[in-house]
Design a protein around this ligand. Structure first.
Ligand code: PLP
Length: 389
């Protein structure tokens, strides 16, 4: 572990996470519950450490994408409620019940399967009903002519033996985008969602205990959509415009070091394919950060890493394990010096824009060979490297 620390590593600032949590809590007010989305290893930040911190802080719920992600948390001391947003095979219903994991129910067929398995097992599965109000992904279709059929299906699921319909939720498609059409679309999704809830509760004769729909965009902008709980992911990790507006702090910084420096004469071709040619004497550093660490190859010859003396542009193609940076304008930067790939002084948002993608993809792309260092009060409190050593 020690030997890899001076290659490329991610620093996970748990104080920033704590700060963001408290700030979002203040923003949503005391009557709204907080679900932290920790799917995909908490967007690459380390789900166990993030979940442990959120549990300690008093968050109400966690969400993951699969039973494997949920069990990883359960087996490591996370006792708070966990919702699986995606599909779980019916053969695993006994484990869901046994480990007190909440499952999304997205259609009639799944409701029937889950009910049957729960009854067979002799237990009750806690479920949240998913409504498709315009994301066109998972959930009971309730739009237009489908309304009554959708509501009937939901009520049927709520009444099935072995299922406890604790919650109901939907997901916004464009709440994190700006514009009049997007606002209108989100309003329509929310209106449909509340209409479905009202109809279903009336027909069912009970109320859902937790109604939720607000992702990052809605948590930041649309307080009218909070209902009983908000469900932010990206916002919690401190990226994007909404995080900036709320004064949140980026949780991850990705860093590397200069491993070699050479000075090449004019006319030298750098890296595979020779797409970059020096036009004058050029001081090139090699850093151990390549596409196998998550550096998107489309950033070849385009992005700049940040040194203590300013930006160092990437020269030539990004390789699997390395890339080359131009240190001509950073003469004081030496072998062994730290370089920031992204972090507070080299923004992830800028990197995402250059790569034609979103911050989500970049933090999720930080690969398993990059060790995560968890930092609290300026101290490394734990380290994690996902290699089979
Ligand atoms: C990923 C996800 C979220 C969180 O989305 P952000 O944009 O990161 O806030 C919320 N709800 C569902 C259903 C999701 O899949």
């Amino acid at each position: 572990m020690k030997s890899t620390l001076k290659r490329t590593w991610a620093e996970i600032d748990l104080d920033a996470l704590t700060y963001n949590y408290h700030t979002i809590r203040k923003h949503i007010g005391p009557d709204v519950r907080f679900l932290g989305v920790v799917k995909a290893d908490a967007y690459g930040h380390g789900s166990l450490q993030v979940a442990t911190k959120l549990q300690e802080l008093g968050a109400d719920y966690l969400a993951v994408s699969s039973i494997d992600e949920a069990l990883e948390l359960r087996f490591n001391g996370i006792t708070m409620p966990i919702l699986i947003l995606g599909h779980t095979p019916k053969e695993q219903v006994d484990r869901l019940i046994c480990f007190n994991i909440t499952q999304a129910v997205t259609c009639e067929a799944k409701a029937l399967e889950y009910s049957e398995e729960a009854v067979k097992y002799g237990g009750t599965l806690k479920v949240h009903i998913k409504v498709d109000t315009g994301m066109s992904r998972l959930g009971y279709l309730c739009e237009g002519d489908y309304f009554q059929h959708g509501v009937n299906g939901i009520v049927h699921a709520c009444n099935l033996p072995g299922l406890d319909a604790e919650g109901i939720f939907t997901h916004f498609a464009v709440a994190d985008e700006e514009g009049a059409d997007e606002l209108e679309y989100t309003r329509h999704q929310f209106q449909l969602f509340t209409d479905v809830i009202r109809s279903a509760e009336e027909q069912w004769g009970h109320e859902f205990r937790i109604r939720h729909c607000a992702n990052t965009g809605a948590t930041a902008k649309y307080p009218e959509t909070y209902l009983d709980m908000v469900r932010p992911g990206l916002l919690l990790y401190g990226y994007g415009d909404y995080a900036k507006q709320l004064g949140l702090r980026p949780v991850m910084s990705l860093k590397t070091v200069v491993s070699t420096i050479k000075i090449y004469p004019a006319g030298t071709h750098i890296s595979y394919g020779g797409i970059f040619e020096t036009t004058h004497s050029t001081r090139i550093g090699v850093v151990p950060y390549g596409y196998a660490d998550g550096f998107l190859r489309c950033l070849s010859n385009r992005y700049a890493l940040m040194t203590a003396e300013g930006p160092a542009p990437v020269r030539g193609k990004i390789c699997m394990d390395m890339c080359m940076i131009d240190l001509s304008d950073a003469p004081g930067v030496d072998v062994g010096d730290e370089v920031t790939i992204f972090g507070p002084d080299n923004s992830l948002e800028h990197m995402a824009e250059m790569a034609g993608t979103i911050p989500y993809e970049l933090t999720c792309s930080v690969s398993k060979r990059v060790p995560r260092l968890f930092i609290e009060n300026g101290q490394v409190v734990s380290k994690e490297l996902l290699l089979r050593m």
